[in-house]
Design a protein around this ligand. Structure first.
Ligand code: FAD
Length: 293
């Protein structure tokens, strides 16, 4: 089934995101994680698309293996970075050949790195919207897109950003997944803004459990997401105790997830960083609370 069909069923969607590892040891670790999370029967799992080079092929290979060898439903990410239209068509073809029918269509970060100006391939695309339309033209794919509760770092305004999300939906996107964030109200405000522009596709909130203190700075740098000062303080206070840091990260993420579901979010998308422990703990917490209600 496609993600579109699964979301239409109305049950809360759970999904897990992985990235293609650079080494064979990393790939073995990823497969352990995939097998550990398979038992939770998620609605789908997704695999990111690298900034360039050979690990782009790994995305095709890993999503293909997930489709062929597991019970999981893979979503393959694809970005416009450094690709001509012909190349994009050929990657979409490779996904189709590997049995992958769900694609997350992204522009990708500027080739020079986040914060640098966007440079498109001379025969490529400037915006995810165009990639959505291309994939839809190429066949019966289910297409997802990115959304940003705090606004995309390059966006002129939150309103403009929501308008572009609505345009991606109009171009054929079936669902959206958000960048991670820490305040549930930012997510609900995005859903409200998007709906004012006629965007009514399911918007799945992205959850990043904080499991170590080093992550804090890196995450804020990469995503532009505001890291709450009080949470940073709590984490730094137990900096030297990894188990305590993870326990706080899991507790805070659990609270956020429960708020999101209570407010009507269609599901939860976990950024796993290719590890399963924190995600499994949060999942168990949520299942426990929901069963008790
Ligand atoms: P777009 O929707 O094209 O938006 C980019 C910017 O342009 C925004 O500021 C937007 O407001 C503006 N804009 C959009 N449309 C228009 C328009 N028609 N006219 C004028 N302005 C417009 N990156 C990777 O490299 N690989 C991945 O696998 C990956 N996966 C991701 C998964 C998720 C869930 C998320 C949230 C992000 C992911 N990213 C990934 C990062 C993403 O590629 C970057 O954030 C990128 O900078 C924006 O991508 P986009 O698809 O939102 O772009």
């Amino acid at each position: 089934p496609t993600v579109r069909e699964l979301l239409a069923g109305g049950a809360v969607s759970y999904s897990f995101e992985f990235f293609p590892p650079k080494s064979d040891e990393g790939e073995r670790q990823l497969w352990r994680t995939i097998r550990e999370l398979e038992g939770l029967s998620p609605t789908f799992v997704s695999v990111t698309y690298g900034a360039g080079g050979s690990n782009r092929d790994r995305t095709v290979r890993i999503t293909g293996r997930i489709a062929a060898e597991t019970t999981l439903n893979p979503v393959a990410h694809l970005t416009c970075v450094g690709h001509s239209r012909a190349e994009l068509r050929s990657v979409v073809g490779a996904y189709a050949d590997a049995g992958v029918r769900n694609i997350l269509a992204l522009r990708g970060d500027p080739p020079g790195g986040p914060g640098q100006p966007w440079v498109r391939h001379p025969d490529g695309f400037d915006h995810a919207e165009e990639l959505v339309a291309l994939i839809r033209q190429l066949g019966d794919f289910c297409v997802g897109v990115a959304a940003f509760p705090e606004g995309h770092p390059e966006a002129e305004s939150l309103e403009a950003d929501a308008r572009y999300l609505a345009r991606k939906a109009k171009a054929g996107a079936d669902f959206a997944i958000t960048q991670f964030f820490f305040d549930a109200d930012d997510y609900f405000a995005l859903v409200e803004r998007a709906s004012r522009y006629g965007c009514d596709i399911p918007i799945i909130p992205g959850i990043m459990p904080v499991t170590n203190v080093r992550q804090i700075e890196r995450m804020a740098l990469l995503s532009g997401a505001e890291f709450p000062a009080d949470l940073a303080e709590r984490l730094l206070a137990v900096e030297d105790d990894p188990a305590a840091v993870r326990a706080i990260g899991v507790e805070v993420a659990t609270e956020l997830c429960l708020k999101l579901l209570a407010g009507g979010a269609p599901g939860l998308h976990f950024y796993t960083l290719n590890r399963s422990t924190a995600t499994r703990e949060i999942y168990a917490n949520i299942a426990g609370v929901r069963a008790a209600r």
